[in-house]
Design a protein around this ligand. Sequence first.
Ligand code: SAH
Ligand code: SF4
Ligand code: F3S
Length: 458
Amino acid sequence: MKRPDLVSVKPLLDGSLPQVYIETYGCQMNVNDSEVVLSILQGAGYSLCGEIGKADLILVNTCSIRDNAEQRVLGRLDVFRQEKLKRKGIVVGVLGCMAERMKEDLLKNPAVDIVAGPDAYRDLPRLVAAVKSDGKQINTILSHEETYADIAPVRMDQNGVSAYISIMRGCNNVCSYCIVPYVRGAERSRDPRSIVKEAETLIQNGYMEINLLGQNVDSYLWEDPVAPSEKVNFARLLEMVAQIDSKVRVRFSTSHPKDMSDAVLHTMSGYPNICSHIHLPVQSGSNEMLEKMNRKYTREGYLERIAKIREILPDCAVTTDVIVGFCGESEEDYAKTISLFEEVKYDGAYMFYYSERPGTKASRHFKDDVPLDVKTERLNGIIALQNRHSLENNQKCVGHRYEVLIEGTSKRSDAELVGRTPQNKTCVFPAKGHKAGEYVTVEVLSCTSATLISEIVD
Ligand code: SAH
Ligand code: SF4
Ligand code: F3S
């Protein structure tokens, strides 16, 4: 039976209400923002729908991180325009980072009725209503305070096992290539009590894994406005969330090499339910590039952080982000990135070639001078290397046992389940009567570079 005080986190699906369709691009924080948006719109009388063809309101939550992310969305706007021509009266809104970056330019697009930046979501019900009476609407005001702390996100992801909680917004780092500080504004940390409450609500709803999100979680710092000496840093927050329920897993991303403290590593080692995985974007292995990127650490400093992780958390997986073909990157610089990858042997990596973003420091001061074919060649080179490392690391898991949290059935067969180890490695295994949300111990029988093929042993 449902507890009377249970706050539902599931979408309300009521065909008699006005229908909103939401499409999301970009990072996990953007996915979580769409959940906040849905919560706000449900409060204004909307119900979620999964088909553009049935929507009264179409929202696209966008990403500006690379040019191709933006091009994809611009392509989608043409599709939404066709839909508007077919069905009069539907409203299309562009949300998120592209809305913030392109502002009025986006509003000129015939498909678009609303442009709303990442801090303007509380205003959406008003904006939608105003479209009907006054035509196109825009709100791209960035805030120094908005964290949506009091809004309970409505979870659109269907697995019901793992959920995101944004613990902060914005970024103060100004890496020279990056658009995020311009489109997401200044960094602000959310009240830890609201984070713990949101985690508790998720757990009451059956969620078994909490992912704490921020562009730089290590700089999370909350000061109690009524007692400013009461501070909560990320290590403490992690502990507070881990203490809620020892059976519930805690993950987090993204860590920043210049800020990741030993205290966080010690907290991880003290709580078995904090998963052994750190995503530590390196971006480049060349000190010259790191300096131009304004990353504020060196190759040596980064490797020292890796050594510390391995000392304190010997079974911890490490993944990264890397950019090749940044302004002025020589063959030597690239070789340094390759050698750093060989030294670290990451468990996984998100790999990109540099995409110049208008208005960033790099776009103003440096020339985007690595030809596209060279960028592509370097990207392919590092992808091939990483695939080898992923495979080698996975091969080391063969014959070992791991505790896996089951997330659902495998894409290939209903008789197989899929879940992840604490190290964030994906396992598939025959179901043997188990289901999503349960923990099982598996033994790894074989692997690919992406998957551990396993069987349940108890
Ligand atoms: N806050 C995180 C990452 C945010 S963006 C951090 O600091 O690590 C995710 C990744 O996109 C970055 O780590 C970087 O590798 C990549 N990225 C950001 N801007 C880019 C650009 N202009 N071109 C190519 N890749 C970029
Ligand atoms: Fe962008 Fe750097 Fe901030 Fe990450 S830390 S979001 S890469 S500016
Ligand atoms: Fe993209 Fe914005 Fe996230 S630019 S990566 S959606 S913060």
